[in-house]
Design a protein. Structure first.
Length: 245
């Protein structure tokens, strides 16, 4: 299978996407944006899915947690997937709630055996409710998760093995973490089971500075151009002749 290239759906890009569908292989939409959407918006998405392959991308399930994923959100994901029939769906290796509180952010959990077991449990539940296993995405973080016992690479690869799931490799998230915390992003790629890499995200970000020090962090904000360093990581993945669907 040849590699394919797509875009993330944004209302601001709608006219350009719809007028160039013959040049776009797949369109990714944020699943959560459609959970409570009016019927007209759901119909529009269903129509889009008849014109181009669609992938659903979740942002609020919080699968990488020792806390069980919200079954209501999983059921909503299942209904949307049944309606749209996406080519695949994905979620982040993050937590988004704790103690009954929603933090409103994709936070990197402590990299421990407990969160590996929690992620595996949640992914099994997701597959049971939605019908298919999601691809899981590595997340960017500005804070190295406290109480972590494993490297990000070891933690991620262990989840892929224990849950028997595949990876959506976000190269800018990887690059941001690598520069923020001083590890080799190429070694991270080498550490991933190559047959598990099924999709890739490209994005951009910006540098931010702490208010009280000169310390800087690279923030993944999806609002800036993809940096050359991320394209170099893409070339490295491509050189491995990985089958990315």
């Amino acid at each position: 299978m040849n590699d394919r290239f797509g875009l993330g759906w944004r209302p601001e890009l709608a006219a350009g996407i719809l007028s160039n569908l013959d040049r776009i292989d797949i369109v990714e939409v944020i699943a959560d944006d459609y959970f409570d959407a009016p019927k007209s918006k759901r119909r529009a998405l269903k129509t889009l899915a008849t014109q181009v392959p669609v992938a659903l991308h979740g942002v609020t399930l919080g699968l990488a947690s020792s806390i069980a994923a919200d079954s209501k959100r999983l059921e909503r994901t299942a209904r949307l997937a049944d309606e749209i029939q996406p080519e695949f769906w994905s979620e982040h290796l993050a937590f988004v709630r704790g103690g009954g509180l929603e933090i409103g952010h994709l936070a990197a959990p402590p990299r421990t055996e407990a969160t590996i077991e929690g992620a595996a449990w949640n992914l099994t539940a997701a597959k049971k409710i939605v019908g298919t296993m999601p691809l899981v995405e590595n997340v960017a973080t500005l804070i190295d998760p406290p109480a972590s016992q494993l490297s990000e690479a070891d933690w991620t690869s262990e989840i892929l093995a224990v849950a028997n799931c595949n990876l959506l490799l976000d190269l800018h998230n990887l690059y941001a973490n690598a520069v923020n915390f001083g590890f080799d992003p190429y070694a991270f790629i080498d550490r991933m089971p190559q047959e598990r890499i099924h999709a890739i995200h490209l994005a951009g970000g910006r540098w931010i500075k702490a208010k009280t020090t000169d310390e800087r962090r690279l923030l993944d904000d999806h609002l800036h151009d993809v940096p050359d360093s991320v394209y170099e990581l893409l070339k490295y993945v491509a050189a491995k002749d990985i089958l990315v669907r």
